[in-house]
Design a protein around this ligand. Sequence first.
Ligand SMILES: Cc1ncc(COP(=O)(O)O)c(C=O)c1O
Length: 381
Amino acid sequence: MPSHSEANRISRAVQTLRADGTPFVDLTESNPTQAGIPYPTGIVASLSDPSALRYEPSSLGLLSARRAVADDHLRRGVVVDPAHVVLTSSTSEAYSWLFKLLCNPGEGVLIPRPSYPLFDHLTTLEGVFAHPYALEYHGRWDIDFDSIASAPPGVRALLLVSPNNPTGSVVTTDELERITAVCKRQGWALVVDEVFADYPLDTHGALTDIATRSEVLCFTLAGLSKTIGLPQLKLGWCVVGGPPAERDAALAALEMVADSYLSVGTPVQVAAPALLSAGASIRDAIQVRIGRNLERLRALTQAAPACEVLRAEGGWSAVLRVPATREEELLVLDLLRDERVLVHPGYFFDFPSEAYLVLSLLPAEDVFADAAGRVLRYVEC
Ligand SMILES: Cc1ncc(COP(=O)(O)O)c(C=O)c1O
């Protein structure tokens, strides 16, 4: 049975405010459907296509939907063969299938640190270990290759998150070459999470053709949850690439895993072409929102010289380095009590030191600007 920890002090404070009906501004909001993003109301109509009344189980997904996902890669100039696309109900599910595929119990994967905390749960639930490699900030978040070289035995894959959550760092061409060389030498697969690839900030964008040209067995993951801001539709995908024999063996094994669950609903698969095309306006609205909020945060930080907004190359978060004059957890609790603003502490994402605050860039611009301004003034005092 997986261990389930008690709610931490921050969660308990939030629960108390909610129970008392005390309003607060949530700068941890990562759900775009709760952030006042305009959604075309007709977009869900495609889910009621009557052809979805017929059930035709298809382990890797309906070909029409796999083709739509492949075609969607053309937006970024990436040519994907629909036969190499595997549909899942979410990126999280894709991870769990890959851990089943790549690892025996007791084996594991390398994960970036800092990164998003779900990895610990996803690996534990599959009985595999997650060993961290470090990202270090030197004006941008670089991969620390020494921490990869000291990986323990039993590693089967290296996970890249590009752009990473919450650091926003994207893997560079040079880093990818070095990682590929290590994976080749060690016999590791490469798993690339590109859920935020559509949201560049301080960069021209993440590399998104990694699976199609990889020299090692490679899986790239994404889904509707971020690319069109509709997590509740439950459609993700995995593009399989690498040396053809290994790629095809992996696809055959994934087909067996997928066939054991058949977890992706028919309506969303039938609707996939329409959703991917109509979702462009949602993506655009999110991109405008996060860009403006980041710009605003930087402007506000000019008046708070003790704080620094770290370089964010992509994604939906900003990382604020603040003076470590009190523990991150206490600072977050104090901000909630005194300013009624909720932010994430850096330790939540396993930052190597204190003090960092992580702010979601999704909230409405006026709400974000007011709350971020209060956070900065509070910290500065
Ligand atoms: C980096 C990263 N990968 C994957 C996911 C999960 O995506 P999905 O909703 O498709 O499971 C998240 C969710 O926030 C994420 O931050």
